[in-house]
Design a protein around this ligand. Structure first.
Ligand code: SF4
Length: 338
């Protein structure tokens, strides 16, 4: 049997049931749902995405409904999912689909690629899954599977062109959407980063890493350079049951999100003038390009912002970093009140 026959026969029996999917062989799912799930899944696990996807599609069942959402409402609904530029791009994209495409997603990789926030991978995934285009869908999972299938010795990311060439050769003319999803499922459930389950792998007869007895040796990775480390302060300032929140500038890290007031984030951040108490050890958060230790201080100082009721803080849509900082401040508040 060919690689594709083996893979699709396995997928027909073992496809993961996910709220944004159609079962194998069924009519293609709605492009809106495929697009929304793919954007949410970037850098995020299926388990984390599932409840967000269900809440989003219940509240905004179509791309038109999403396009009409208020920015702040959408940013708050996204809170906790991370990588907040995705939420801003989501709105921008939905609005362009409504304004320029009559509320229907275009059907080819090339047209999808021109929409805001849609990169090469997402365009290919939507085209393959929702519109059955024979697009080349290669994410980190697929890179790992292909690196093992062909025992590619070149380290990633330099091996990317080689990986794509092999992936293209494996993509069948029939059922390209199911092929893409089957590769995703294979990478997520069988050919996992650690301890791949080769004994039950449907394509082990085609796998060079398995034949060589060293699947864990792939993908070969270039040595990592450690992320730079920065420090910063976040300020918890309260008055009569309210805490002072700011809205971060629209561009940049956590742009447009509500947050606690902060110092700059650098090697040696300056402390704002005021009267401050340390609330505990710093909150550690790792961003894409640097790691941050955020020290939380309670007290009084001068910042422009809005007073938000502490009892309703869960509705402020604070991103994870500031949610952790707020919890720390609230614990300290309880301890010092006792
Ligand atoms: Fe991955 Fe093992 Fe299957 Fe090869 S045989 S594709 S290494 S799970």
């Amino acid at each position: 049997m060919s690689f594709s026959d083996d893979l699709l026969a396995w997928y027909d029996r073992h496809a993961r049931i996910l709220p944004w999917r159609s079962p194998p062989g069924a009519p293609a799912p709605d492009a809106y749902r495929v697009w929304l799930s793919e954007v949410m899944l970037q850098q995020t696990t299926v388990a984390a995405v599932r409840p967000y996807f269900e809440r989003f599609t219940a509240r905004w069942p179509t791309v038109g409904a999403l396009a009409a959402a208020e920015d702040a409402e959408l940013m708050a609904a996204w809170a906790g999912l991370g990588y907040y530029s995705r939420a801003r791009n989501l709105l921008a994209c939905a609005r362009v689909v409504v304004a320029e495409h009559g509320g229907r997603f275009p059907s080819t990789t090339a047209e999808l690629r021109r929409l805001p926030g849609i990169g090469e991978y997402t365009a290919a995934a939507v085209a393959a899954i929702a519109f059955r285009e024979g697009a080349l869908v290669v994410d980190g999972n697929v890179e790992r599977v292909i690196s093992r299938l062909f025992a590619i010795e070149t380290p990633l990311p330099a091996a990317k062109p080689q990986v794509r060439a092999h992936a293209a050769a494996l993509t069948p003319g029939e059922r390209p959407g199911d092929h893409a999803q089957a590769m995703m499922d294979l990478g997520a459930t069988i050919c996992t980063p650690r301890k791949p389950a080769c004994a039950i792998c449907p394509v082990r007869g085609h796998c060079r890493a398995f034949a060589q007895g060293r699947p864990d040796a792939f993908p070969v990775k270039a040595p990592r350079t450690p992320k730079p480390h920065r420090r910063g302060y976040a300020y918890w300032i309260e008055d009569q049951g309210h805490v002072l929140l700011v809205t971060r500038p629209p561009r940049g890290l956590l742009g447009g999100m509500r947050a606690l007031p902060v110092s700059e984030w650098s090697d040696s951040p300056g402390l704002a003038e005021g009267d401050w108490d340390l609330v505990g050890p710093p909150v550690r958060h790792v961003f894409t390009h640097f790691a941050l230790d955020l020290t939380v201080l309670r007290g009084s100082g001068e910042f422009e912002g809005e007073w938000w009721p502490i009892d309703a803080l869960a509705e402020a849509g604070l991103p994870t970093l500031f949610d952790k900082a707020a919890r720390l401040a609230l614990e300290h508040r309880m301890e010092t009140a006792c």
